[in-house]
Design a protein around this ligand. Structure first.
Ligand SMILES: Cc1ncc(COP(=O)(O)O)c(C=O)c1O
Length: 390
């Protein structure tokens, strides 16, 4: 796979590339926002889909035994995480599943903990379901984002929190939580009867110096008190095929979610989602290794560019994900001014940091999962706009 190939995604209904009018964006912005990649999925995925298309019958479908074995093997091989096939529930996405979990395992008004700045659908799911958002902000230190454990516990106790939504690795700040950090959070949750929902969708996209530790692999008591959300969609760029694998060891929790999905007739998912997940996990590993190298190259490219030209703009050194969290506070613009500057002057479509919580004000999230040439174009636009201002 050559990740340098620029592929035109216009007129494909792409949310990233085709929705300028819907989102009231100028037509000529260059998009680096929503979290999908401008790369083709591994060839093994397309081949498997072609084969299924050639069969020509697309009736109701469930995953077969080999599907479950494939998922089990992936978790073992890539993450040293031993799961069983009857711990897996397929769903059409993590965000809908988070909403179901909130509805099932909490009551109206219950406190749910999040760590902002964080992927905004976490907060939205809490609010949309009439629960209370309890936030324990991540703290930016010289050496990156940290958890304030004292605050974390205090917020749980004071608000009688029932559920904690953990993003691991973390979007947007790019942290890969260490074993100590996971254990400390886990112990506080166990002590206070807080169910942990851990969203590990970015678990495969970890840069070399770091190691993702599945929360449920910390030990039996942690695993028994958690729901792990995984998916092949970020790893292999399959977002539009809508498939996720929810892993739950605790059989009571498993059956509660499973029964709920059956009741609302969602125990089944799209045939192409199933085919693509199986093919990606079976054939996509070499592609993934190359992708990780390419993304790391893109990350370094952005870091070098900005450090050399605009040292007042700081790129937070991410340990995972293809989303760079960039601190623009050094260019002294109010939030609204920064937003307008990025869109109107630089003609870039990024994700504004404040959408992940007030902690993100003055930051922007840049999606670097694109050919380097596209990234270069984007950075040149930024350079020109900043120089015009100075
Ligand atoms: C942390 C996190 N969870 C979930 C999702 C989306 O998951 P899905 O498409 O399965 O709903 C994203 C997409 O960016 C994400 O970053």
């Amino acid at each position: 796979m050559c990740f340098d190939n620029v592929i035109n995604r216009k007129n494909t209904g792409s949310i990233k590339w085709d929705m300028m009018e819907e989102f009231k964006m100028p037509k000529d912005v260059l998009p680096f926002w929503v979290a999908d990649m401008d790369f083709k999925a591994p060839i093994g995925v397309s081949n498997a889909l072609h084969e299924r298309i050639n069969h020509g019958i697309f009736g109701y479908t469930l995953p077969t035994n080999t599907y479950y074995e494939t998922v089990v093997n992936w978790m073992k091989r890539r993450h040293n995480w031993k799961i069983k096939k009857d711990w897996i529930i397929i769903t059409p996405g993590i965000v809908p599943t988070l909403n179901f979990i909130i509805q099932l395992f909490t009551k109206a008004g219950d406190g749910i903990l999040v760590q902002r700045p964080v992927y905004n659908p976490f907060t939205e799911a809490v609010i949309n379901n009439g629960r209370k958002v309890v936030n324990s902000s991540l703290i930016l230190r010289e050496n990156g984002y940290k958890i304030d454990f004292e605050d974390f516990e205090k917020k749980i106790v004071e608000n009688d929190v029932k559920l904690f939504i953990l993003c691991s690795p973390h979007n947007p700040v790019g942290r890969v939580w260490t074993k100590e950090e996971l254990l400390t959070m886990g112990d506080i949750c166990l002590k206070n009867n807080v169910l942990v929902v851990v969203d590990e969708i970015h678990h495969d996209l970890v840069f070399k110096a770091n190691k993702h530790i599945p929360y449920a692999s910390l030990g039996q008591n942690y695993s028994n008190n958690c729901i792990t959300c995984t998916a092949p969609s970020k790893t292999f760029n399959l977002g539009g095929l809508q498939i996720s694998n929810i892993v739950i060891e605790n059989q009571e929790v498993f059956h509660k979610l499973n029964k709920y999905l059956e009741n609302i007739s969602l125990a089944m998912t799209n045939v192409f989602g199933i085919i693509s997940c199986e093919a990606a996990y079976n054939t996509g590993e070499a592609w993934l290794e190359e992708l990780l190298d390419y993304l790391e190259g893109n990350k370094k490219y952005v870091q070098k560019f900005l450090t050399e030209k605009f040292p007042m703009i700081k790129v937070i050194d991410s340990e995972a994900t293809y989303l760079l969290w960039i601190d623009f506070r050094g260019i002294a613009m109010e939030q609204n001014e920064l937003e307008t500057f990025i869109i109107q002057d630089a003609k870039l479509w990024l994700n504004d940091g404040y959408t992940y919580g007030q902690e993100g004000s003055g930051f922007e999230r840049l999606n670097i999962a694109c050919p380097r040439e596209t990234l270069k174009l984007g950075l040149e636009r930024l350079e020109k706009a900043i120089n015009n201002r100075l």
